[in-house]
Write a protein that binds this ligand. Sequence first.
Ligand code: NAP
Length: 307
Amino acid sequence: MNEITDAAIIGGGPAGLTAAVYARRAGLSTTVFSSPEPGSQLLKTESIENYPGFPEPVSGYDLLDNMQKQASGAGAEIIEETVIEAELKKTPFSLKTDSGKNFMARTVIIATGAVPRSLGLDSEKKFAGKGVSSCAVCDGFFFRGKTVTVAGGGDTALGEALYLAKIAAKVYLVHRRNEFRGTESLQKRIHAVANIETIMNSVITEIDGGKKVESIAIKNNVTGETRMIKTDGVFIAAGQRPATGIVAGQLQLDSTGIISVDAQGRTSVPGVFAAGDVAEPVCRQAVTAAASGARAALAAADYLKTL
Ligand code: NAP
């Protein structure tokens, strides 16, 4: 980006890449900042069965790859750098990336998504990368023939357990309540897989081991009883929190921490828009992220007409 771009889009997931397609079609010069690490939740999803237009399951990787090709094909510039600072208090807005470069933009669309929530255990940090992971598709390979544990009861946890059951010898699925939050179809599949054992009403209270994870302590929330089980890996799937770090103190957030937006994706700062999980209170799906990206891009185009 040599000059001031019309639309700088922070985030290369379905919201950001759809925003890029719509921004280009509205005639805006468009730059997408896409972190080179596998940040998008889509990349962690082995099989997507509910994205329209794909009657057969599509992998998150393939879906995102297609979205990226479509955005580049539409003329968006995709920069594989992480935005570490955003100055949104004066226009043109300025963004600084992890390579130290600065970029200027007339409008900014925040599509930074969400980052995995931790269980809050010190031992989780201690064993990060040594058996503790938040991405079965990325790290499942290391647990072939071993025993792993998935913590959580939403779609991510159920999807991760199903994925890991094809690799590991045994999968424990530990959920804090007596019913799963994830969709019925995934629940049915979980119960049909012989090497998945569900442990309900329970939470992991400790992760133990030497150089790597060897066991976990699990507390039953109803009986209060704690027991130890042997496991080689722990996959945390306890939901996500919105990735709002770079806009902290600059944009209005709601009480749950997502960016407050109106029906067009406009934030509290004129010229700054938000789309996808970072601004979605309820329905955090790839398709809703894509739709909100489209809306934000069209709103950005309308805003530019007023300048
Ligand atoms: P989620 O739906 O928010 O579920 C998080 C799960 O973690 C819940 O079961 C929650 O328990 C549990 N949890 C939260 N904090 C915990 C803690 N401290 N200790 C133990 N357990 C904890 O998150 P998600 O599964 O990542 O899904 C996020 C969104 O993406 C959802 O809207 C989901 O539908 C969507 N998604 C869709 C697909 C798909 O359609 N293919 C795939 C993945 C994700 P409670 O149930 O008790 O709250």
